[in-house]
Design a protein around this ligand. Structure first.
Ligand code: ADP
Ligand code: MG
Length: 340
């Protein structure tokens, strides 16, 4: 190509570069906190006041939803099992959605695991795992189908208890994003410990690139990247939080069928969805179900726009067909399976 003929192209590149810079564009603000037992990050092209309001909303949710605190709304409801209590409209709606997912996942996701999760997680410190007898006794008081929820009126059987920890972060991310959108924000990323929701495109334009953690590597080392716009990306696994006792890892995701930490042939599950609440419930459930039963469920959900990255212990990754071209595998130990 001659110098003269390439001039228009050079001019185009220059224009593109100027557009890319977008002078006068509002800068991204950032807030970090530790809420809902996890690291929270909000990055948004928004005023400081909008970010502060978003963080206040998340703090408020944390206070009302924590199963560990006796003074939270959930804690108080658990303390009154056996008698009818009145929930706030927000918590009642959340529980309703949780029960829906419990039904849809055949109970692999169960919001009534509190009697068990308090045994397995205890005070959050390293401690001896509970005895099989204690687990069996706690399991008698678990079962989503025994929850009586009528509008805002909740009745739990005596000794039953709610734990919405498997859905709270996703719900929080959804609420934060809906507040940001309401304030007119058109580019943002909300990350509640692996529950990520993005609005629009990343700073400078183009899809947001979300790294998928390699379950076998230290935190921050990813196995690949997925590109998203206006979507939630939730990752679940037992690699982040677990109880360690005498060299044995006890993961924080409990199998409601056994009462023990789920022994899954999946090491990591990522769900892409519109709602992060849905993604959160599903990621936990698919992990519990394991590959075969997870794949039976995902096929249906893919028709509704959900997409999945299932990382197996055998290093096989099952990828939803819709993610071809959006997910880029980087770790060479893994192989992709898309032929479904
Ligand atoms: P991850 O961060 O790996 O996605 P989550 O925090 O979403 O995990 O879910 C784990 C939390 O959910 C646990 O700490 C516990 O409070 C609760 N939980 C554990 N097992 C289940 C289950 N099978 N169904 C519903 N909630 C669960
Ligand atoms: Mg979850």
């Amino acid at each position: 190509m001659t110098w003269k003929r390439s001039l228009p192209i050079l001019a185009l590149i220059l224009i593109a570069a100027v557009l890319f810079l977008r002078p006068g564009e509002r800068p991204f603000e950032e807030r970090r906190a530790f809420l809902m037992g996890t690291a929270v990050l909000v990055r948004a092209q928004a005023d400081e006041a909008v970010l502060d309001e978003t963080m206040a909303l998340l703090r408020d949710l944390d206070r009302s939803l924590s199963a560990h605190s006796e003074s939270s709304e959930i804690g108080r409801a658990n303390g009154k099992s056996g008698t009818e209590v009145s929930l706030s409209p927000r918590t009642a709606r959340l529980l309703e959605r949780a029960l829906l997912w419990a039904e849809r996942t055949g109970g692999a996701f169960d919001p009534t695991l509190r009697p068990l999760t308090r045994l397995w997680l205890g005070d959050g410190l390293e401690h001896e795992p509970p005895s099989p007898e204690a687990v069996a006794e706690a399991l008698r008081h678990v079962g989503w189908s025994r929850v009586r929820l009528d509008g805002k009126k909740l009745l739990l059987e005596p000794a039953m208890g709610l734990d919405l920890g498997g859905i709270a972060k996703g719900y929080g991310a959804d609420e934060a994003v809906s507040l940001l959108r309401h304030k007119g924000v058109s580019s943002a990323l909300v990350d509640l410990g692996g529950n990520i929701v993005v609005i629009g495109e990343r700073p400078g334009g183009g899809p947001w690139r979300i790294g998928i953690q390699d379950p076998r590597k230290p935190r921050g080392e990813r196995l690949g990247i997925v590109e998203v716009r206006d979507r939630s990306v939730v990752s679940s696994g037992n690699y982040e939080r677990f109880l360690l006792w005498q060299g044995e890892r006890y993961g924080h995701i409990v199998d409601p069928a056994t009462g023990f930490p789920a022994r899954s042939d999946l090491e990591g599950v990522t769900v892409l969805s519109e709602s992060s609440l849905d993604g959160d419930a599903l990621a936990t459930a698919l992990f519990v179900l394991g590959r075969e039963r997870a794949l039976a469920l995902t096929e249906d959900l893919e028709r509704d726009g959900y997409a999945f990255i299932l990382v197996g212990a055998d290093r096989r990754i099952d990828l939803s067909p819709s993610l071809t071209g959006l997910f880029r595998l980087e770790a060479e130990e893994y192989r992709l399976e898309t032929g479904r």
